[in-house]
Write a new protein. Sequence first.
Length: 333
Amino acid sequence: MADSKPKKTVFSGIQPTGDLHIGNLIGAISLWVKEQDKHDNIFCIVDLHALTYPEEIQAERLKSNSLDVAALYLACGIDPEKSLVFIQSQVRQHSELAWMLNCVTPMGWMNRMTQFKSKSEGRETVGVGLYAYPILQAADILLYHADLVPVGEDQRQHIEITQDIAERFEHLFGYHFTRPEILVRQVGARIMGLDDPEAKMSKSASKSGHAIRVLDPPATILKKLKSAKTDSRTAVDASDLSPGVRNLVTIYHAFAGGSWDSALKRFDGSGYGALKTGVAEAVIAGLEPVQRRFHEIRDDEAGLVRFLTRSAEAAAERAEATMRDVRKAVGVW
Ligand code: AQP
């Protein structure tokens, strides 16, 4: 008998601010792929979010980065038959709802956002857009009445504020948005920098040894892992992992599959040289098919743009259905 339970709607996205790294892959995309059969999936390339660092924008580059990210989604295993994949700026309703949510979100809530604090640190000028970033993210999610948002651990506070914004909107205007829940991996929800295991691996970090890019060639991956920071010991002690060693075992576990215990057992007592080589082998083997598919998809740019435009039209239909009711609730035309 067919399962009559309606599928849950999943929404997530990545900003095209640079080359994706294995943290994005492990923390977010792998979770999307793993769960995609079960749900109604919407995966977005959130280019409007990338405008929050306007000094770093080069228009042509941003457009091409968006295509790279879309090709990577598909190369990593997002199936267009099961998931909607589109570029955020092609669906204008995201900006429209974001404005309405800007108007209902108290500034006190935004002042508590820790990511704003870290992302604005050291910058001479910080735009209002960076401050309001979580509100645009809330609009992305609420527009499709998403039930689940699969993301890395760093996004938890943003999903919580999305629930609060939905509640305040309902209180003010009587319109009910589905309250989204966060979906995170048990292991690998926060991959740390190779050069600094206390800091999240990030696209925008500039040091070359910080992140493994999804498109890094094998020799680069090996080199980066060989120089990953560990600790003053020489061999893995499974009962007492330092942050750097834990990060490496976590990366191995994400690529090799199997249980956390089997990953630990595999390296317990191994020297750090063997650990790093073992991790590199798993990462290189895991990324090889992704890189191959990426180039096949990306090389047909016209085909990719056609696909994304069609998907954006389908997304816009769903978004417009929400916005018709939202406009009515608010009293705008
Ligand atoms: N280090 C990480 N470990 C696990 N998950 C991570 N994510 C990001 N870094 C890690 C998850 O990847 C998704 C994409 O996030 P984003 O591009 O929208 O923004 P971000 O979180 O700010 O990612 P970056 O890589 O750090 O980019 P920049 O440097 O441009 O800000 C999210 O689900 C995120 O949790």
